[in-house]
Design a protein around this ligand. Structure first.
Ligand SMILES: Nc1ncnc2c1ncn2[C@@H]1O[C@H](COP(=O)(O)OP(=O)(O)OP(=O)(O)O)[C@@H](O)[C@H]1O
Ligand SMILES: Nc1nc2c(ncn2[C@@H]2O[C@H](COP(=O)(O)O)[C@@H](O)[C@H]2O)c(=O)[nH]1
Length: 387
């Protein structure tokens, strides 16, 4: 990573130190960051809602203020923020105060993702991602035609390795089946509500599948990865294509049936769809299999003929054939000091505690950042230096 562009953090009111600006009224705390001809005001009176702080942009050339579309979930209003401009159109925002594991955020103002969204939406866009320490293992995307056995294979994996894998619970507008529980098998959603959430940037991917809307919310994936587990997504081929184009660095597995006849038998034996729905799913299966095999989206193809054999192969692909049990590993909490100054030295952000008889420092190594909005920016390495 090279040098960061010039940064200017305005000190709009009282109190500043080395790039940190804090207003006295907790409700009005904001930080202002200049990049080129633009000033980004983060937080303050422009709070988006109680769940995530707002962003305003001032354009110096036109002397206009405007509110961009803010994608993703950002930090909650806090006692103050520090900011640093990084490469690739990202602002590192450090939130003061608790909770400690939600201190590091990235506001993308000109990243490849934001540029793509600007083009798509025809409006000014910024996007939040949460900073996460270290790198969890890559999520696993499993696709394949309806009835091929994806859910069965995933259940077997989760049963054998409960502390290692977590399932990303999708949203869908289809009706629940008799045995399905809301929040466990799916988040059963109202179409209008789901469409609004998609528009608000809360989904990693979505697609119309067999006549209903399905989608993976960023929160569903992050709930799994934040718990230290490897995330499994059971999504259709269109969704897999979108994930491939997103910032989520995943592995992609496509499951094929031994024959169309066997697929039909399995769908019928499951007994969860009407005859009309079975016919629709079988028609779609032909195109899905073609695309699954030839699109280049999937790096791994599995044939699910004999279930036990297929499960063994899946475990082998995931490097699990020898593993019998795995314990989840807790990541130690980051203890960022509330009163601090921030400076940058090459690929290191140095957070220096102030206000006490202490010179404790936290060093964030950002040389291996990956991922990004919408979702999480990973690869932050943290070192605490105590004096
Ligand atoms: N190898 C197999 N041989 C025989 N039956 C199987 C095999 N794998 C799965 N099945 C059965 O096929 C049916 C469909 O499996 P499953 O529900 O896991 O499919 P799916 O791919 O998750 O479908 P959908 O995409 O509709 O959710 C189930 O009744 C399951 O028990
Ligand atoms: N693009 C997405 N596809 C999804 C998601 N969740 C499930 N699916 C796929 O839908 C079909 C049908 O599922 P069913 O439960 O109605 O049988 C299946 O192929 C799933 O893989 C999602 O979030 N996004």
């Amino acid at each position: 990573m090279g040098e960061a562009p010039a940064i200017s953090v305005d000190h709009l009111e009282n109190g500043h130190s080395n790039g940190v600006y804090v207003k006295s009224e907790p409700k009005n705390i904001e930080i202002s960051v200049e990049i080129g001809d633009r000033t980004f005001v983060i937080g303050g009176n422009h709070e988006r809602n109680n769940f995530s702080i707002g962003v305003q942009i001032h354009d110096k050339n036109s002397n206009n203020w405007f509110s961009p579309i803010v994608l993703g979930t950002g930090p909650k209003p806090s006692q103050g923020y520090s900011a640093f401009v990084l490469e690739q159109g990202r602002i590192l925002v450090i939130k003061k105060g608790p909770p400690r594991n939600e201190s590091i955020w990235f506001l993308e103002v000109d990243s490849p993702y934001v540029r793509e969204q600007k083009k798509l939406l025809g409006k000014e866009v910024v996007a939040w991602s949460k900073g996460v320490r270290g790198n969890a293992e890559k999520p696993i995307v499993i696709s394949g035609p309806s009835g091929v056995g994806k859910g069965t294979l995933i259940s077997m994996l989760m049963k054998e390795f409960p502390s290692m894998f977590g399932f990303s619970v999708s949203h869908t507008t289809r009706s629940p089946r008799s045995m399905e529980r809301d929040g466990f098998h799916y988040h059963f959603a109202d179409k209008k509500v789901m469409e609004k959430e998609i528009k608000d940037g809360k989904f990693l991917e979505f697609a119309s599948v067999h006549g209903n809307l399905y989608g993976t919310s960023i929160e569903s994936v992050e709930m799994v990865t934040d718990s230290g587990k490897r995330c499994i997504l059971d999504i259709d081929v269109q969704g897999a294509r979108s994930v491939r184009a997103s910032s989520l660095d995943a592995i992609f597995i496509f499951v094929c049936p031994p024959s169309m006849k066997e697929l039909e038998d399995r769908l019928r034996a499951r007994g969860t769809e009407t005859e009309e729905q079975i016919q629709k799913r079988l028609r779609n299966a032909e195109a899905e299999i073609k695309e699954g095999i030839s699109s280049g989206v999937f790096g791994l193809i599995l044939y699910n003929d004999n279930l036990e054999e297929c499960y063994k192969k899946l475990k082998k692909l995931l490097g699990l054939d020898e593993v019998t049990s795995v314990n989840g590993v807790e990541i130690e909490e980051i203890n960022l000091p509330t009163e601090h100054t921030v400076s940058k030295m090459e690929d290191k952000i140095i957070i220096q505690e102030t206000g006490k008889e202490t010179r404790n420092k936290i060093v964030l190594d950002i040389s291996s950042l990956n991922g990004g909005a919408p979702g999480r920016t990973r690869g932050i390495l943290v070192d605490a230096i105590k004096f």
